[in-house]
Design a protein around this ligand. Structure first.
Ligand code: BGC
Length: 765
């Protein structure tokens, strides 16, 4: 009986405990707060520190260690850049993040069964389309492929300002101008997020130099920071609502951006209303607790010591639990939006064929015709003498996290053949043999490729090859190739400037072909600006083809043949010489000695360094056009095979109150169909604040206009387009006075102007 009573009591106790135990919530989009309450401290910290970086084939010890427990969990998608922790008991899955700007990036050095992605054109080419519809289409490719490979977040768009032509990652970025950069970034973001895949706009902010990138202190004034280096991010955040943002490696005025409360919590969240998650760049910053406290929610790719630092911070009170909770909330808000959480049944088979066709179309839309002395389009079925390594071995994109594992690339030789041209046999076979031989010497793919982009030495051309080629062809085309990538900046000699051998070839080729009245065309296959003024008079046409992605050869041939009328425009100034660049004297910054006990990172050997942005707001065309310094090709420049006429500008009012609308009609007055990029620059009164001569405040690309066809385009300017940042009041102010709208085909080729007035200063915010 006693035993029986005891059993009853035990059963009752169990019932009471069961009744008191709360059911464990499983995450859904409506119970995030409840889930946070159910998380232990250990689980919360796990959610704000990523699971480490896994690169199969990377030499052991090259990367900082991951948590050994995490190492046992197989990644959902191998070869991607990072993932977050799962907390299974609460129904929180791990989400997957992958680079990058020019296509979905897999880094799997064993390459046992490579996953291919479409290599779309580099960022600079996308921006050179000046077309938000095209760039959105490029974004859609990334979104669709991420989705079919089961990837939740694509670490793009990257749009730091191209402050100096030597910037090693300029190819990933869009422009020297923040308005253009931000607008294109918003279009790409909208294209990706439309597929239910998140982006990470990066690198926030002032990450404009690669040398010593992890410890570079950028010294920059408040006005310059706001008007040039933050403006693009502000536009992208407001126009496209990115799911996430990535802070950069560098410091700004002494504080790591990943640890800057002012940048993340005040400017990004409070002032601009950013609602998404902020993550660090890979291994950035010094102190994970400070980073989290500043509002940087997710430390990527995540290291065990960061888990420790954050846990200690909460325990010793230096990091508020409320800050940790806010970050956890933002992580969960992100998780519930992802395809992983929503159990999307991905196919692992994106439609690479359809995407390649779109990539080809976008590529031809962003190529810029710089010179055309009656050489292009090429006469039908001409025989072409094709020179230059890159003509036979195209550089589809840059290296680093922006690189793409692609199934094939189309070089220009193939592109020309596909378009019905003939290739002069001697030049073709000599180059093919050389490129094959040199490529065979290429070292096996390695993680260090990120830091040492490989390119084969340009073949030394014998005069005899030129003479034979000239005698057996109608025209010469030569491609000049350049490659660059993460963690290194470019050099002036033999990179920005052509090598002596390249120049000699151009000269000999031109003399030989011109002696027989035959044309010479140069194609530049590069990620950024190169010197042209010293050799451009020798040749008949120059096409800036950028690094056009895997379908590049077809896209270049589309332009050269006239199948596509070029409509790209430059998004950065091409100076006459490097020394004309306003930041030339202060790039890539001053290297400082290592501090006592400080050791050089074996992967990214970075010294402490500093760089002063003493060019202030006067970079690119803001400098060249204000100071009237001659350029090789100005910002916004690009030729077409047709001509356009600009009507006068109509304004809806002569005085600005809260907005003003400017309307213009563009007519194709030439003989072939074409598209025009209409650019709107504004010259603002300079009463209290100094202002550049003009700034880009609007642009639009017409549809394909047939000969004699017109299109009317309207632009609306609001107070924020009129305003400059006044550091005295920490505010954007539109000064009263006379404003001039300047519309044209480039920043210097202004076709029409119109003035309006502003009676009283407007304090924008
Ligand atoms: C790059 C980022 C990239 C990340 C992950 C970093 O080195 O700066 O742009 O997204 O690696 O691959």
């Amino acid at each position: 009986m006693k035993k029986f009573l005891l059993l009853i009591c035990f059963a009752c106790l169990n019932l009471i405990v069961l009744a008191q135990e709360k059911p464990v919530p499983k995450l859904n989009k409506n119970n995030i707060k409840q889930v946070i309450k159910a998380l232990t401290l250990e689980e919360k910290v796990k959610l704000v520190v990523g699971m480490g970086m896994y690169i199969s084939g990377a030499p052991a010890g090259l990367l900082p260690p991951n948590d050994p427990e995490d190492d046992k969990i197989a990644p959902k998608v191998p070869g991607t850049s990072g993932r977050t922790h799962a907390i299974k008991r609460l129904g929180i899955p791990s989400i997957t993040l992958s680079d990058g700007p020019a296509g979905i990036h897999f880094l799997d050095l064993t390459n046992a069964k490579p996953k291919y992605a479409t290599a779309i054109p580099i960022g600079t080419l996308l921006a050179s389309t000046w077309d938000t519809i095209m760039t959105k289409k490029a974004g859609e490719i990334l979104g669709r492929e991420a989705k079919e490979y089961g990837i939740d977040i694509v670490l793009t768009p990257a749009f730091n300002i191209q402050r100096n032509p030597l910037g090693g990652r300029n190819f990933e970025y869009y422009s020297e101008d923040p308005f253009l950069s931000g607008t294109i970034a918003a279009a790409v973001t909208n294209g990706i997020q439309k597929q239910g895949i998140g982006v990470s706009v990066k690198h926030f902010a002032a990450n404009n130099t690669e040398t010593n990138r992890m410890k570079l202190n950028t010294i920059v004034s408040e006005r310059t920071l706001r008007e040039i280096y933050l403006k693009g991010f502000e536009i992208a955040v407001k126009k496209s609502n990115p799911w996430t943002l990535m802070t950069s490696y560098n410091l700004i005025n002494g504080t790591y951006t990943s640890e800057s409360k002012k940048l993340i919590s005040t400017i990004l969240r409070k002032e601009w209303g950013f609602k998404g998650l902020v993550m660090s760049d890979w291994f950035a910053g010094q102190n994970a607790a400070i980073s989290l406290g500043a509002g940087n929610d997710l430390q990527m790719p995540g290291r065990p010591d960061q888990v420790q630092t954050i846990t200690n911070g909460v325990k010793n009170g230096s990091l508020a639990m409320s800050d940790l909770n806010s970050s956890v909330e933002r992580v969960l808000n992100l998780v519930v939006k992802t395809i992983t959480f929503n159990k999307y049944n991905y196919s692992n088979e994106p439609d690479l064929t359809a995407n390649a066709a779109i990539s080809r179309m976008v590529a031809s839309e962003g190529m810029v015709l710089l010179k055309n002395d009656k050489a292009l389009p090429l006469p039908k079925s001409s025989t072409i003498a094709l020179f230059g390594n890159a003509s036979y071995d195209i550089i589809a994109g840059g290296t680093g996290s922006g690189d793409v594992v692609k199934k094939y690339t189309i070089s220009l030789d193939e592109g020309l053949l596909h378009s019905g041209f003939k290739l002069q046999q001697n030049a073709k076979s000599t180059y093919e043999d050389y490129v094959k031989l040199e490529n065979a010497k290429k070292p096996a793919p390695s993680f260090m490729d990120v830091f040492n982009p490989f390119s084969i030495k340009e073949m030394d051309i014998k005069n005899e090859l030129i003479t034979t080629a000239e005698a057996n062809s109608d025209i010469a085309i030569i491609t000049i190739g350049r490659i660059s990538g993460e963690s290194k900046d470019r050099k002036v000699e033999n990179d920005f400037n052509l090598t002596d051998a390249e120049k000699q070839t151009l000269k000999t080729l031109s003399e030989s072909f011109h002696a027989k009245n035959k044309k010479v065309i140069v194609v530049i296959n590069a990620g950024g600006v190169v010197e042209m003024a010293s050799w451009s008079p020798w040749v008949d046409a120059i096409l800036m083809a950028w690094q056009p992605g895997m379908e590049g050869g077809n896209a270049i041939a589309d332009i050269l043949s006239g199948k596509v009328n070029p409509s790209g425009k430059l998004t950065a100034t091409f100076p006459i010489s490097y020394n004309d660049v306003p930041s030339a004297g202060n790039f890539p910054g001053k290297q400082l000695p290592l501090k006592e006990g400080e050791i050089l990172d074996p992967v990214m050997p970075t010294y402490p360094a500093e760089i002063t942005y003493d060019d202030e707001i006067y970079l690119g065309y803001r400098y060249f056009n204000t100071k009237k310094v001659k350029t090789a090709y100005e910002f916004g420049y690009g030729l077409s095979y047709t001509q356009f006429e600009y009507s006068t500008i109509k304004l809806n009012s002569t005085d600005f109150t809260d907005k003003i609308t400017a309307t213009i009609t563009i007519k194709n007055t030439g003989k072939v169909a074409g598209k025009e990029v209409v650019q709107l620059y504004l010259s603002a009164p300079s009463i209290k604040l100094k202002k550049p001569f003009e700034e880009l405040k609007g642009f639009a690309k017409t549809k394909l206009l047939q000969p004699n066809e017109s299109q009317t385009i309207s632009f609306t300017l609001t107070p924020s387009e009129l305003a400059s940042f006044d550091p005295t009041f920490s505010s954007w102010i539109a000064e009263a006075g006379k404003y001039t709208i300047r519309m044209g085909a480039s920043s210097l080729d202004i076709k029409q102007t119109k003035e309006f007035g502003l009676k009283k200063d407007i304090l924008v915010k």
